[in-house]
Design a protein around this ligand. Structure first.
Ligand SMILES: [Zn+2]
Length: 268
């Protein structure tokens, strides 16, 4: 088969037959929801790097675009994780709150999660092994991948950040004061996305993961983890919708700088 035919076949599979990518999974569901299989992002990561910490989209609006994802809140007030349609806020002191629908977000990535592939995992699995593990199951790294890992974690190193006051400082300054949490032997869920290298400037190339414990009492932006055992589920997406904040902060931010080094230092 010509490469081009294979690609067309793959795109067809992505769009219509979600079950066929790996050959070892679950049922296909049809939906009326126009946002299904579409990754939805608010703002760009470079805008966050520049300190554009106020957005215009409410959590209520965000929920129309997904039931699964991550982000932050206006003023950079902690880490967001959305799981099974519920939005949690992990504050800098480690406290986990349920989020009001009228809260706003300056940056978030969500989708309606319907895995293409899933499997049981006997660990240990560490963050750096995630790409290798999935190499056989991701047909190409040129698409967007969402991952959910439920299980027993031997260790999770997570962080949160403090609510900022104006004038906002760049993220690379703020994370110098981040609060790091080391969780040991904790059951919970990791939610996140992998963006391709070419998405630099728009989002973070590679994996961006957030964690929440099963009892919903602990969590944060994942700096590292070791899974003891659990369940992994992955969905590939080829539709990407981005909504930019309509405010002067975003309008005046310099979004054209190469922030790759700063992003690598701030996010991992
Ligand atoms: Zn994060």
């Amino acid at each position: 088969m010509f490469a081009e035919e294979r690609l067309i076949g793959f795109l067809h599979a992505l769009g219509q037959h979600r079950g066929r990518l790996s050959g070892r999974h679950e049922r296909v569901q049809e939906h009326d929801n126009p946002h299904i299989h579409q990754l939805y992002q608010i703002s760009t990561l470079n805008a966050i790097m520049e300190g554009a910490y106020d957005g215009t989209v409410t959590i209520e609006e965000l929920r129309e675009h997904g039931d699964f994802g991550l982000g932050t809140f206006n003023g950079l007030n902690g880490e967001m994780i959305m799981i099974d349609g519920v939005v949690y806020q992990i504050l800098v002191d480690g406290q986990v709150l349920l989020v009001d629908d009228q809260e706003r977000t300056p940056f978030a990535v969500v989708q309606f999660f319907e895995p293409d592939w899933q499997d049981h995992l006997d660990g240990p699995l560490v963050f750096d092994d995630l790409s290798d593990l999935l190499a056989d199951h991701l047909p190409s790294t040129n698409y967007f991948s969402a991952v959910r890992i439920d299980g027993q974690m031997a260790a999770v190193r997570a962080r949160s950040v403090a609510r900022q006051q104006k004038p906002y400082r760049p993220l690379i300054e703020v994370v110098k004061e981040q609060q790091v949490f080391d969780f040991v032997d904790i059951t919970g869920t990791i939610v996140g996305f992998r963006f391709p290298e070419y998405a630099q400037g728009v989002n973070m190339p590679g994996w961006h993961l957030h964690f929440i414990s099963q009892d919903r009492q602990h969590g944060g932006h994942v700096l590292d983890f070791t899974l003891a055992q659990g369940h992994i589920a992955v969905e590939d997406t080829n539709e990407f919708f981005m909504e930019l904040p309509k405010n002067t902060e975003f309008a005046q931010a310099d979004l054209n700088k190469d922030q790759s080094d700063a992003i690598a230092r701030a996010e991992r």
